[in-house]
Design a protein around this ligand. Structure first.
Ligand code: VG1
Ligand code: CO
Length: 546
């Protein structure tokens, strides 16, 4: 095997954000850009010679080319075995599962919910042997290496056939690399069958229950077809937009009320099915809809926690739960009722890893349409959909009835998120700096008649390994249980995105059925005024409301 050592000039901008390194596709197409990052990553990961590396992506533009490069670089850096999904495809949760089946780590190619294509975004992320996103200490070290690197190693190998399942040996036996091209769906589908009552869900579909799943032209199409239509007997056509396309059909593969509008229209229309769901670019997000009913992701986590023992994989109960800081406290109320611990972590799935590994939590989730459990170390879109189907089958009730009963029992957390995308970086930094400075002065003050109980810039100390993460968002708690949170996105590629998260708790039975926007308007007014949003950004409305 011939290994070329290529000189590279270091890149100072290869610092991963909330979930991996995400840049415009054109940035990744610069000469040596991808290679520079991969070299830094492989050096930092230090995969042992007998350890396998899992590689796969969500199928977006550049996926195949990047995989070919990564395999050649893996070989040059002493890795002897790579496991790749057929066609270069692996959803993020399926990649996590494959890694956990015995690999040393994995590289996932995705910019998740960001649009793809030549004018879209591309991304790359490393997951460790536990199957979870590498922690901040690792990604910081990779960024530091990438900023100093002067050369990378790449092997000359015969071409890899990504479309045939089986084992290929590339290069001479002694110095070459073994590539296992695997069915991207099978092991994942088996894992789902081991957790959920497929018999009960099959009976539900057989009874005429109607569902629509929108794969948004992204990675979950093949998974949803196999699991919902093949294994569970849902009628053909239940899954729509099921073929992963390099540009996601020109869409924005983010399952929310704005970007999954076709599905939303169908579920709120006159011939609406019983259940609707969607997932994102890389398959780790989920949106849950009932007939004429939207389930907030924060409520979804709470409902799943409250109903977990109805599902075979969780029948023994939960050891604990966790939510990201901006996620509503709906799950906290359930945890208190169950007598189990509830942890509050910074935004991003990597912060759940230590708690899951230590067995201190079973379920966790984020307000950003992410829900998951200890079955893998990523959030998992289809898993959440199957969990809901299992709960619906077990309870014999509609989505709306289940959620309304939940509110009646635990109270309701009205919740909304305002996103201001593409704001000038200095303006966004200014918003946060002003809030950070104001936070220590807010406790005890009345804002529009609501009293502030406490305000701070969230600092997280990991309860398992003691690592500290500062500046994770400004939170303002009110004495009536309401809360406003401000933070900047760490996944965007153009300018800055300000996110404002707003929630209010309601336990009065007469006030559980209000319109969310109306219920939260007074808090929205406080949030915009306190953040000086209009004055500092020039925006009179957010770009996305969820
Ligand atoms: C967003 C979400 C966060 C999520 C992250 C990755 O991050 O808010 O909850 O973990 O995306 O999701 P940010 O920094 O933009 O707020 V995914 O599906 O894009 O991997
Ligand atoms: Co995603």
């Amino acid at each position: 095997m011939i290994i070329d050592t290529i000189p590279t000039s270091p890149f100072a901008d290869q610092r991963p954000g909330t979930s991996g390194l995400r840049k415009r596709t054109t940035v990744f197409q610069q000469p040596h850009y991808l290679e520079n990052f991969v070299q830094a990553l492989l050096e930092e990961a230090a995969i042992p010679r007998d350890g396998a590396l899992v590689v796969g992506g969500d199928g977006r533009f550049l996926n195949r080319e990047a995989i070919a490069t990564i395999v050649r670089m893996a070989a040059a850096n002493g890795i002897t075995r790579v496991v790749v999904g057929r066609g270069g495809l692996l959803s993020t949760p399926a990649a996590s599962h494959l890694i956990r089946q015995g690999a040393a780590g994995g590289i996932i190619l995705s910019a998740s919910h960001n649009p793809g294509g030549a004018d879209g975004d591309f991304g790359i992320k490393y997951n460790a042997s536990n199957g979870g996103p590498a922690p901040e200490a690792f990604t910081n070290a990779v960024a530091a290496r990438a900023a100093k690197l002067t050369r990378y190693h790449i092997a000359q190998l015969p071409p890899l056939d990504l479309d045939v399942v089986g084992t290929q040996r590339l290069g001479t036996h002694a110095g070459g690399i073994v590539v296992d091209v695997v069915d991207p769906v099978a092991a994942y589908a088996d894992l789902m069958a081991s957790l959920f009552d497929f018999g009960a869900i099959r009976a539900l579909f057989a009874s005429g229950f109607r569902m629509r799943f929108d794969a948004m032209h992204a990675i979950t199409g093949p998974y949803a077809r196999e699991i919902l239509e093949q294994r569970l007997g849902a009628p053909a056509g239940t899954v729509i937009n099921a073929t992963p396309l390099p540009d996601f059909g020109g869409g924005h593969p983010d399952p929310n009320l704005t970007y999954a509008h076709d599905l939303v229209e169908e579920l709120f229309g006159s011939a609406a099915p019983d259940f609707g769901a969607a997932s994102d670019g890389d398959g780790d997000r989920n949106m849950i809809l009932g007939r004429h009913f939207f389930v907030t992701p924060s409520d979804s986590l709470a409902v799943l926690a409250a109903n977990a023992t109805r599902v075979p994989g969780y029948a023994r109960g939960l050891t604990g739960v966790a939510r990201s800081m901006p996620t509503s406290a709906a799950v906290d109320v359930v945890a208190a009722a169950l007598g189990i611990p509830c942890f509050e972590t910074p935004t991003g799935w990597k912060f759940f890893g230590t708690l899951l590994d230590a067995g201190r939590i079973t379920l966790c989730g984020e307000e950003s349409f992410g829900t998951g459990s200890d079955h893998v170390r990523e959030k998992d879109g289809l898993w959440a959909v199957l969990f809901w189907l299992n709960v619906i089958a077990a309870r014999g009730e509609s989505v709306e009835a289940i959620v309304r009963a939940h509110w009646a029992q635990f109270g309701r957390h009205y919740y909304t998120r305002y996103d201001y995308e593409g704001v000038a970086s200095e303006a966004a930094q200014g918003v946060m700096a002003q809030l950070r400075a104001a936070a220590p002065t807010l406790a005890g003050r009345a804002l529009h008649g609501r009293e502030v109980a406490s305000a701070d810039d969230f600092r997280y100390v990991d309860p398992v390994d003691g690592s500290v993460s500062e500046h994770q968002g400004v939170r303002v708690h009110f004495t009536d249980g309401a809360r406003i949170v401000y933070r900047l996105s760490g996944t965007g590629t153009e300018g800055a995105t300000i996110r404002i998260y707003i929630e209010a708790r309601e336990t009065d039975p007469a006030r559980l059925g209000l319109d969310t926007a109306a219920a939260l308007q007074p808090l929205v007014d406080i949030a915009l005024a306190l953040g000086e949003i209009a004055a500092r950004t020039g925006r009179d409305a957010p770009t996305v409301i969820t």
